[in-house]
Design a protein around this ligand. Structure first.
Ligand code: NAD
Length: 491
């Protein structure tokens, strides 16, 4: 099987076989830094292929749930070693299809290796609980059982890490899977899946179908045989899927958008705050659900801090993400770049104070890709569109405030609650922030982005569905509890 660089055509992976779409139609996975370059070609599938994959997953479910957790763990562990041996090539492909820098592409692939190892370990942990009973002779305990078939729908921005952090626990805990990766960057997920196939995953346990969200993704959520659905993506699509799942009583987990604040108090280590906020806002061109999009700065510091942000952001090197000195790559496609540039223009036209960036970059070969100059706005109205909506691009707004309490109130006054940061040297204020902030992931003196696989990940309010991914929390979603009473025979 080819890895990395050659432009290959991938079918769907269903029941242990590679199959093209029934119509024979395909779509191209293009390099967002150079849209003329086709990285790979994939099957443009529809509901029929989704159904075939669900059937394969349903047929494999009984065998996989009866496979020892130790045997499942061994497959995940072996896959982690296979993927690790390819981390450079796979990371490079990730960069070529998604546009984040090579360092980030390799880093994300390494994360997928780590996730496989973590869940190989989790599969071997003790499970269930033993309880006292009102009857002294009753053996009373719980078991964590797999759900059965799980549908997984993933976005383009973490094309290997998100499939990994959903697929690894789903498999570790005994479920079979149908994955629908995002059409802008499916290749990374296929590299992940290939590692599992080569590690010996039985046919039908993991199936992959590519194609349009509405055609393939919706079918996964509608089908009665799919017991659980894990979705990461936009709030708009997530809201629609939640309704479909609710109507038939399926278990669903949603990880959605963010409008993540970083608060900077006057006593902060300025260089530290500056570095973490610029990284949090601009790495991956701001296309992380946990990206920093609001810098909420104590007024006595805000002018100076805004000047520092402005010069640092203006000096970022935007270009080919494979380039060794590139700091910021393109957005995912022209549509995204045009949308972000239009949002910046409209905020400016509405009177917001744009200090740097925001336009499409077309010089130095960048006209072949979806490049946008990292943008900074000063004096942002927290209730404006710029202060409220996820733009999903390299755009940061500074909001001046008079106190830590006002900062927390402003930070909370959005419909999202994914991640948040505070920069201060004051332990009391840090604890006050941790108590008061409405966010699922809270940082003090580090950036809003960044999550380790051994801890729960997810948001509050409109960012999530009150469930968590990764860490021990992953077991809650991918299993269900069976309570067992065993009594001795009466005679
Ligand atoms: P998206 O909602 O457009 O697509 C996500 C996935 O859903 C894709 O696979 C897509 O094909 C599929 N899809 C689209 N329409 C569908 C439909 N009608 N039915 C079923 N499936 C459908 O999101 P995106 O543009 O790929 O990703 C960006 C968004 O994801 C941002 O809002 C970002 O904040 C969010 N995100 C959240 C997290 C998190 O963990 N909270 C992580 C990464 C990205």
């Amino acid at each position: 099987m080819a890895h990395a660089t050659s432009a290959r055509t991938y079918g769907n992976y269903i029941g242990g076989e590679w199959r093209p779409a029934a119509t024979g139609e395909t779509f191209d996975d293009r390099n967002p830094a150079n849209r003329a370059e086709v990285i790979a070609t994939f099957a443009a599938s529809g509901a029929d292929e989704a159904e075939a994959a669900i059937t394969a997953a349903a047929e494999a479910a009984a065998g996989w749930r009866r496979t020892s957790p130790i045997a499942r763990a061994n497959i995940l562990y072996k896959a982690s070693n296979i993927l690790e041996a390819r981390v450079g090539d796979v990371g490079r492909d990730l960069t070529r299809e998604e546009g984040k820098t090579l360092k980030e592409g390799i880093g994300e692939t390494g994360r997928a290796v780590q996730i496989l190892r973590y869940f190989a370990g989790e599969a071997q942990q003790p499970t269930g609980e033993h309880y006292p009973s009102a009857s002294i002779t009753t053996l009373l305990y719980t078991m964590d059982e797999p759900l059965g078939v799980v549908g997984i729908i993933t976005p383009w921005n973490f094309p290997i890490a998100i499939p990994a952090w959903k697929i690894a626990p789903a498999l570790a805990f005994g479920n079979t899977v149908v994955l629908k990766p995002a059409s802008q960057s499916p290749l990374s997920a296929f590299h992940f899946v290939e590692a599992l196939i080569e590690a010996g995953l039985p046919a039908g346990v993991l199936n992959v179908v590519t194609g349009g969200g509405a055609a393939v993704g919706t079918r996964l959520v509608e089908d009665e045989r799919v017991v659980g659905i894990s979705f990461t993506g936009s709030s708009q699509v997530g809201a629609g899927l939640r309704q479909i799942a609710a109507a038939r009583g399926a278990k669903i987990q949603l990880e959605l958008g963010g409008k993540n604040p970083a608060i900077v108090l006057a006593d902060a280590d300025i260089d530290q705050a500056l570095q973490h906020i610029v990284n949090g806002a601009m790495m991956s061109s701001g296309q992380k659900c946990t990206a920093t999009s609001r810098a909420i700065v104590e007024r006595s510091l805000s002018e100076r801090f805004t000047d520092l942000l402005s010069s640092k952001i203006a000096s970022l090197r935007v270009g080919d993400p494979l380039g060794s000195d590139t700091q910021i790559g393109p957005l995912i496609d022209d549509e995204a770049a045009d949308r972000v540039a239009a949002e910046v223009k409209s905020a400016k036209d509405d009177g917001s104070d744009l200090l740097v960036g925001g336009g499409r970059l077309t010089d130095n070969g960048r006209g072949d890709g979806a490049f946008v100059a990292p943008a900074l706005f000063a004096g942002v109205d927290p209730d404006s569109r710029l202060g409220q909506e996820e733009l999903f691009g390299p755009v940061l707004g500074v909001i001046p405030v008079d106190s830590v309490d006002e900062a927390i109130a402003v930070a909370n006054r959005v419909r999202y609650g994914l991640s948040a940061s505070l920069f201060t040297r004051d332990l009391g204020k840090a604890l006050h922030f941790v108590q008061g902030i409405q966010a699922g992931i809270v940082h003090v003196n580090s950036e809003t982005a960044g999550a380790e696989p051994q801890v729960p990940f997810g948001g509050m309010k409109g960012s999530s569905s009150y469930s968590r991914e990764q860490g021990k929390a992953a077991r809650d979603f991918y299993t269900q509890i069976k309570t067992v009473y065993i009594d001795p025979p009466a005679s």
